[in-house]
Design a protein around this ligand. Structure first.
Ligand code: NDP
Length: 260
């Protein structure tokens, strides 16, 4: 039980990678709060946790791009568990694609607001109690798009590069307080986000779904999608005592796509 007595808050916990992290953490004894904008998805994950692990779980509706909503989410966690999170997983994110010349203000601002500002709001809200207790973990779900560039994803890529910058600076700022801050950089993962990416390629290029998927798979030397559970295993290491020496890192889980 690597996370016994820990409280974890996972944004974007209603499906995909966030759901896998919530289940992995609950399986290691953490009390888990899952947050997203869609109530039935977070409730479903929280029910799964309660029935699988006979432990407490909280489902919270939150839009991380809205600082007031983030404040209410933290109030709900404190009310339910008696204190704020020991482990903050900033996983909520969106990914849309467009050529730069057709990236309008709303598109750009949406990516920065959810993927970058949302993680900043949650980090700022979580840190004071972590500093007071002398222990904490912040895990930011970046992407290999936070380390390298690719066509048609400038807004997404800029938001994830920013998230790695936030990770590095906050990591050194709080390193002496028993807190680590790290980023995980997955390649393509087997979630709805990738399914939507395939649909998008199909729509925009006229290629079949199989061809679109093949073009994604060939970006990885392993020629496969990463599973959500593989990403959750790394999150678990970073959240646990075993990971206490890993700080300020942006760790890829991508089968060797980006070698930096
Ligand atoms: P999904 O689309 O499957 O899940 C995204 C989660 O984030 C959902 O629970 C969604 O719920 C939530 N979310 C989105 N916007 C907000 C918001 N404004 N406030 C709160 N919650 C929000 O994606 P994945 O599980 O694949 O992605 C999770 C993270 O991993 C993202 O940050 C993504 O960028 C990153 N990632 C994913 C990769 C992939 O290939 N799938 C590769 C690299 C990184 P709701 O819509 O109900 O709010």
């Amino acid at each position: 039980m690597k996370l016994k007595k820990r409280i974890a808050l996972i944004t974007g916990g209603g499906r995909g990678i966030g759901r896998a992290i919530a289940l992995a953490f609950a399986g290691e004894g953490a009390q888990v709060a899952v947050a997203a904008r869609t109530l039935d998805q977070v409730e479903q994950v929280s029910r799964e946790i309660v029935s699988q692990f006979q432990t407490d779980a909280l489902a919270v509706v939150c839009d991380v791009s809205d600082v007031g909503s983030v404040g209410r989410m933290f109030a709900s966690v404190r009310e339910r568990f008696g204190r704020g999170p020991d482990i903050m997983v900033n996983n909520a994110g969106i990914a849309e694609s467009a050529p730069i010349a057709r990236t309008d203000d709303d598109f750009w601002n949406r990516h920065l607001a959810i993927n970058l500002s949302g993680s900043f709001y949650c980090t700022r809200a979580a840190l004071p109690e972590m500093i007071e207790r002398g222990w904490g973990r912040i895990i930011n779900m970046a992407s290999i798009a936070g380390k390298t560039g690719a066509p048609y994803i400038s807004a997404y890529s800029a938001s994830k590069h920013g998230l790695i910058g936030l990770t590095r600076s906050s990591a050194v700022e709080v390193a002496a307080k028993g807190i680590t801050v790290n980023a995980i950089c997955p390649g393509y993962v087997d979630t709805d986000m990738t399914t939507r990416g395939v649909e998008n390629i199909t729509k925009k290029t006229g290629r079949s779904a199989d061809e679109a998927m093949a073009s994604i798979l060939k970006m990885s030397p392993q020629n496969r999608l990463i599973t959500s559970e593989e990403v959750a295993s790394l999150a678990l290491l970073l959240a646990s005592e075993d990971g206490r020496g890993i700080n300020g890192q942006a760790i890829s889980v991508d089968g060797g796509t980006v070698l930096s």
